[in-house]
Design a protein around this ligand. Sequence first.
Ligand SMILES: *Cc1c(COP(=O)(O)O)cnc(C)c1O
Length: 397
Amino acid sequence: MSTKKDWQAIEKKVFMQVFKRIPVTLVRGKGTKVWDDEGREYLDFVAGLAVVSLGHCHPVLVKALNKQAKTLTQTSNIYYTIPQLQLCELLVKTSCLDRAFIANSGTEAVEGAIKLARRYGKVKLDGAYEIITVANSFHGRTLAATAATAQLSFQEPFTPLPSGFINAAFNDIEAIKAATTKLTCAVMLEPIQGEGGVNVPDDDYLKKVRAWCDEKGLLLILDEIQTGVGRTGTMYAYEQYGVEPDIMTVAKGMGSGIPIGAFLAKEGACVFKPGEHGSTYGGNPLMCAAAFAVLEYIVKNDIPAHAAKMGQYLCDGLNRLAQKYNVITEVRGKGLLLAMKFREEIAEPVGMACLERGLLVNRVKPDALRFMPPLTVSPKEIDKALDILDSVLKERQ
Ligand SMILES: *Cc1c(COP(=O)(O)O)cnc(C)c1O
């Protein structure tokens, strides 16, 4: 008799039923591969939702975690700690922003950015507090981040939400202009929408938003939690659009698998005074030493350039499949944040068939799959993923 526990049954019993999980229990990872509890191997093109930037259990991360775990893990922010300041120095050096605050997750970084923008509105903009966000955005799961997330299905179960968020149309500068009033303090956008389905705006959209913010004295907050740290082929996506944000949020890829986030701001937007923001764990030595090692490796090895190259390679392959299969209507995205759109709502069965053949991909919309492998993915691994996808689509014909 097997004594193996049925973890999926246990989850049903003891976990809050909020996730519609894929029926596989993962126990181990290395590079672009993960293994389940039955020893089956998968090519991981989900990467912990665009998090595991250097692949699973990268030696640089493991070493930094081990070393810091034996040295000092938590002090609170009452004291100075070196890993936090090393990380902030590097974040500032590799971006256009001047100061950083370290949080524990993406949502917390967004929450901090919202608070900073509100504070700026109070101090510099006559008490303006409204933040404009756009349709199909995703900014996280706290109540304020949910109010910023302009998708009804996220918002409706929790109304009334915190006020002060104006949801405008995506990729439409006129909609942002129309939503602006004397109460507006900021516009918050993802350079490319991730959870919303990998939606890429027009090339000149961010420039137009930047110009509008400049004209009206508003802050531009870029949520680079998914697009940042090399994912789209440059360190930050804003570089490709010729704009600079006043405030930026970062998370996911910056820790390659450890929970961490940050928000950064230009000097002129740093209006917090002592006591106005804080965190017990945020910026602790353990997470910061790990993220510093990850970020340092990414910079030293120009991982964003590798991501750009591999992104092009994957995108070309997906486009070849689009030529071959009529059911594919579009391939979109930048770098290693890509999506394939289908004529019908078949992302789930296609994704499940890929899983059975040893490939993890993400059903980002009922009619779209998202591809976001580790930034260190190799051409061979991309070839294998494309072969699996090809065989799955062939079988469906
Ligand atoms: C994932 C994501 C978040 C939320 O980050 P968590 O770490 O899940 O809290 C916020 N904004 C964007 C753009 C994201 O992709």
